[in-house]
Design a protein around this ligand. Structure first.
Ligand SMILES: Cc1ncc(COP(=O)(O)O)c(C=O)c1O
Length: 457
């Protein structure tokens, strides 16, 4: 028995052995290794190498965290500086020179009028912690208990954030999530919630929100916050039209409802502007940030208008709010993005990705829609045999999307799937991705789509 197991282990290679041990020991809730069954042992730039030395192009980038790719020299140097100097690694929320520099860089990356009024609160280390904090702050400031969120939105997995998340599967087994959350339709043109699509679809959506808030019999008490993503990430790489975002800002401002923009995935250049809310030109009341701002390490903050600064001392504490290495890495990352205008590079590379992937539609009818903004791109995979609806959209094909992901992995490309039914193949390469790498990514993805289409009837 033992001999047989060892032989099987040897055949599998180091990656296979590590995966097997992982499956034995880790929670059943583990996610990525199920569809990306590799053990990662080395990483640099846009690439990772598995434990058997095989190279992969990484279009997952730590779920959009790695703005500068893996192990960027600027990030490593910032971390080394803290270590070599003997700086504190843990500092609760005490003042430190590293924190001061981080806040300076972060505020410097924000539009000036917002930065001038901004306050920052350091949260626990994950994105979901910043969402929890922002909602709690808005509720405290308004004294209201309801919150508006959007279908397809993703804000994290802790109780409050999960309550604001559209995806039903992780919510269904849990009773007693945060009460008072009301979901509104997001402008998802390809599968328009009103069956209209285009500008008409999002305008109807905006009017619906406005009427709902003004209707004394809507059943929805005046909300303490509206929480939205300017480009939905996990929901399937869905950019909201600028006009719709501006309407949400107007509607909330006119009614004194704090607008919380979730920039956890979109932030720091990913969508082609430094912050996604800059493109529609709105000013949020609060912005939640994580992922890229920690320069690969865990860090989450909420930045908000000083008018919301109502918490009493100690109203929102936490032990891990002073990660000095993350602040140093984050400050260096922010500076590098701004100095090298990587958001503009992301916009150019994103356009190239979209152009190349749209060419795929000619050969592969399973490519329903290719969409995105900057380096947040999604390919919605559909059943090519099924009848299209009146908007020309075919039913989602999660099976085919999964197959494409597997075929891409076989060819050395790591992709994520997300969106409704998991049928959107998502690409989140680092902002430093080169033109040659984009061409390589598109070449592999093209082959994977064609191979998967042949295999899945
Ligand atoms: C938009 C958005 N909000 C919140 C989160 C939650 O962040 P975390 O997984 O770090 O808790 C995510 C994670 O993917 C996200 O994309």
């Amino acid at each position: 028995m033992h001999v047989a197991k060892t032989a099987a282990f040897r055949e599998k290679g180091t990656s296979g052995r590590l995966l097997e041990r992982q499956a034995e020991r880790e929670s059943n809730a583990r996610t990525y290794p199920r569809n990306i069954p590799i053990a990662v042992s080395r990483a640099r730039g846009s690439c990772v190498w598995d434990a058997d030395g095989r190279r992969y192009l990484d279009c997952l980038s730590g779920a959009g965290t790695l703005a500068l790719g893996h192990n960027h020299p600027v990030v490593l140097e910032a971390i080394r500086e803290v270590l070599d100097r003997g700086g504190p690694l843990h500092a609760l929320d005490l003042a430190t020179p590293v924190k001061d520099r981080f806040v300076g860089e972060l505020f410097g990356s924000l539009p000036r009028p917002f930065a001038e009024r901004a306050k920052i609160h350091f949260c626990g280390p994950a994105g979901t912690d910043a969402v929890e904090a922002a909602v709690k702050l808005a509720k405290t400031a308004t004294g209201r208990e309801t919150v508006l969120a959007f279908g397809g939105g993703y804000h994290g997995m802790t109780h409050g954030s999960l309550s604001l998340t559209g995806k039903l599967a992780p919510k269904e087994p849990i009773g007693g999530l945060m009460p008072g959350v009301h979901f509104l339709p997001y402008p998802y043109g390809y599968r328009c919630p009103f069956g209209l699509g285009g500008e008409e679809g999002w305008r109807v959506g905006a009017r619906y929100v406005e009427r709902l808030l003004d209707d004394p019999e809507s059943g929805v008490k005046r909300p303490g916050a509206m929480v939205l993503e300017v480009v939905q990430g996990e929901g399937g790489s869905i950019p909201a039209p600028d006009g719709w975002v501006r309407e949400m800002r107007r509607i909330t401002r006119e009614r004194g409802i704090p607008l919380v923009v979730d920039e956890i995935q979109t932030g720091l250049g990913r969508t082609g502007t430094v912050w996604a809310f800059e493109r529609p030109g709105i000013e949020p009341d609060a912005v939640v940030m994580s992922k890229a701002i920690g320069g690969s390490l865990p860090l989450a903050v909420v930045v908000y208008d000083a008018a919301l600064d109502v918490w009493e001392p100690g109203a929102h504490t936490g032990t891990f709010r002073g990660n000095q290495l993350a602040m140093a890495a984050g400050a260096a990352t922010i500076r590098h993005v701004l100095e090298n205008r990587l958001h503009e590079h992301a916009a150019r590379m994103g356009d190239l990705l979209l152009r190349r992937l749209r060419e795929l539609r000619r050969e592969a009818p399973c490519v329903g829609e290719v969409r995105g903004r900057g380096l947040m791109v999604g390919v919605e995979v559909v059943d090519p045999e099924a009848e299209p609806d009146h908007l020309g959209s075919r039913p989602a094909s999660p099976k085919l999307a999964r197959r494409i992901q597997a075929e891409a992995l076989r060819r050395g490309l790591i992709l994520e799937t997300g969106g409704r039914h998991g049928a959107v193949v998502r690409l989140l390469p680092p902002l430093t991705v080169t033109r040659e790498e984009v061409e390589e990514i598109c070449g592999i993805l093209g082959e994977a789509v064609l191979a998967a289409s042949r295999e899945v009837p």
